[in-house]
Design a protein around this ligand. Structure first.
Ligand code: CP
Length: 309
């Protein structure tokens, strides 16, 4: 059987994505059924960049499935510091593990690894490019909370230029009917042209605005906040100027629709005030929990493991 990797959320068809999300929902409901299904299997988490949620949720996912975990959490703690390439690294890791999740600051690094790998490789975030497992998490969250992935108006707010989760989410949701986007960012942090052109070519309705106000939020089903990505800025002064451009606080939430869900891939810095956390529309911590179910479903899907019921 050909090895299947995940580099972009578009690697899965809409039908395959729906099957994976169904599996994630089943895992959520029947945790015990899946608790030993990966006994004897190992996931390698190869993280060349910092992470809390993605790395730990992959590790939790494999442990929840009865498998084991190995890996490194920074470039400094691997032989990359001695000059080893990702291609050589994955060849070695293929001898030790059954599946690998890789985060790397360079766009395309997980793809390079996948070309030399004899185990499935998952892109766990590559530079400012893609973050497909965050997208699966976001889609699972939206579908679970709203009951659908079609006919939604999604507001995306903050750093839409460097926020890789935004690029992946727009591309994925653009495949569903009745989707429209409100892109809320300062001029300098607008979505890259390839993302904008993709929406235009698919005739997806979208608007680009700067203000996060009552008018902008009026029709939103989802408000997806993002942090300004400090690590992708070329100079500190630009980051400092941009970092507090948006702060979603209680006052702003009073202007938002009563059934709007607020999502955020996290980590948050200042863009959502902690006073919003108790608002029933604040769903970003639930979203992190959905990330475990999405990654459990992904591990099973890429390893071709099915539960017998
Ligand atoms: N959402 C996300 O990718 O978080 P981490 O950087 O903590 O993995």
């Amino acid at each position: 059987m050909a090895i299947r990797h995940l580099m972009s959320p578009l690697d899965f068809s809409v039908e395959e994505t729906e099957r994976l999300l169904d599996l994630a929902n089943d895992i959520e409901l029947h945790r015990d059924t899946y608790s030993n299904i990966c006994e004897g299997k190992r996931i390698a988490t190869l993280f060349y960049e910092p992470s809390t949620r993605t790395r730990l949720s992959f590790e939790a996912a494999m442990m929840n499935l009865g498998g084991k975990v190995l890996g490194f959490h920074s470039e400094d703690s691997s032989s990359a510091t001695k000059g080893e390439s990702v291609a050589d690294t994955i060849r070695i890791v293929s001898c030790y593990a059954d599946i690998a999740a890789m985060r790397h600051p360079k766009e395309g690094a997980p793809l390079v690894a996948s070309l030399k790998s004899s185990i499935p490789v998952i892109n766990a975030g590559d530079g400012g490019h893609q973050h497909p497992t965050q997208t699966l998490t976001d889609m699972l969250t939206i579908r679970s909370l709203k009951g659908r992935l079609d006919n939604l108006t999604i507001g995306l707010c903050g750093d839409l230029k460097f926020g890789r989760t935004v690029h992946s989410l727009i591309e994925s949701l653009s495949r569903y009917p009745g989707i429209s986007f409100v892109l809320i960012s300062p001029e300098e942090l607008r979505v890259p042209s390839y993302v904008r052109n993709g929406m235009k070519s698919k005739k997806i309705p979208f608007s680009e605005v700067e203000k996060l106000d009552a008018e902008t939020m009026a029709d939103l089903d989802i408000l997806y906040m993002t942090r300004v990505q400090k690590e992708r800025f070329f100079n500190e002064a630009d980051y400092v100027r941009m970092k507090d451009f948006y702060i979603l606080d209680r006052e702003k939430m009073a202007l938002a629709p009563k059934d709007m869900c607020v999502l955020h891939p996290l980590p948050r810095v200042n863009e959502i005030s902690v006073e919003v956390d108790d608002d029933p529309r604040a769903c970003y911590f639930k979203q992190a929990q959905y990330g475990v179910y999405a990654r459990m479903a992904l591990i099973l899907t890429l390893m071709g493991i099915e539960v017998s019921k």
